[in-house]
Write a protein that binds this ligand. Structure first.
Ligand code: ZN
Length: 191
């Protein structure tokens, strides 16, 4: 990573020059280093394998077949169009098929996909499909609610808009009641 960071730091310095700043003034002297490090942190999901995270935490559970919901998972991501943050809450649910997963792993999964350059729609689908593939449950539902700084800081409109995306697989797609139960559960949300 070290050599890549050198290039990243040089690029940040170029950007500072491009906007008319003096990269050598005191306040900006360490900015290229900080930005390069922050960017590496915010994209560390590229180096983490979501399937491995889940695989290591699957438990057999014959007795429980109700919906499992992990809601209000905070996430911070970067939109791939502007490299500006979008952030909000993820709600993840699945219907187990004799196998369950540690709840914290659902939050980890959200984190891994958030820490990449993203579009909200794709992130939603990736979370749902990974759970479907690795855990093989009867269904998966994912809803993301997010605010995008590229909309808020750049546009004059849509200052308070939240973007909601969803992915429904298996029984969440096929059965209206299941989907509705999930939506009701996340509606009692904190917001
Ligand atoms: Zn954007």
């Amino acid at each position: 990573m070290a050599s890549d960071q050198g290039k990243a730091q040089a690029a940040v310095r170029d950007l500072l020059l491009h906007i008319g700043e003096d990269p050598d003034r005191e306040g900006l002297a360490r900015t290229p280093i900080r930005v390069a490090e922050a960017l590496e942190f915010m994209t560390r999901g590229y180096h983490q394998d979501p399937r491995k995270i889940i695989n290591g935490a699957i438990f057999s559970e014959e007795g429980y077949s109700e919906m499992i919901v992990c809601k209000d998972v905070d996430f911070y991501s970067l939109c791939e169009h502007h490299l500006l943050p979008f952030m909000g809450k993820a709600h993840v649910a699945y219907l187990p098929n004799r196998r369950i997963i540690g709840l914290s792993k659902l939050a980890r999964l959200v984190e891994i996909y958030a820490r990449r350059l993203q579009v909200q729609e794709r992130m939603t689908t990736q979370i749902a499909q990974t759970i479907m593939e690795v855990l093989d449950p009867l269904g998966v539902a994912v809803v993301l609610e997010a605010e995008h700084l590229c909309m808020r800081m750049r546009g004059v409109e849509k200052q308070n808009s939240w973007v909601t995306t969803s992915a429904m697989l298996g029984m969440f797609r096929d059965r209206q009641e299941t989907r509705q139960e999930f939506m009701n559960l996340i509606r009692t949300s904190t917001r």
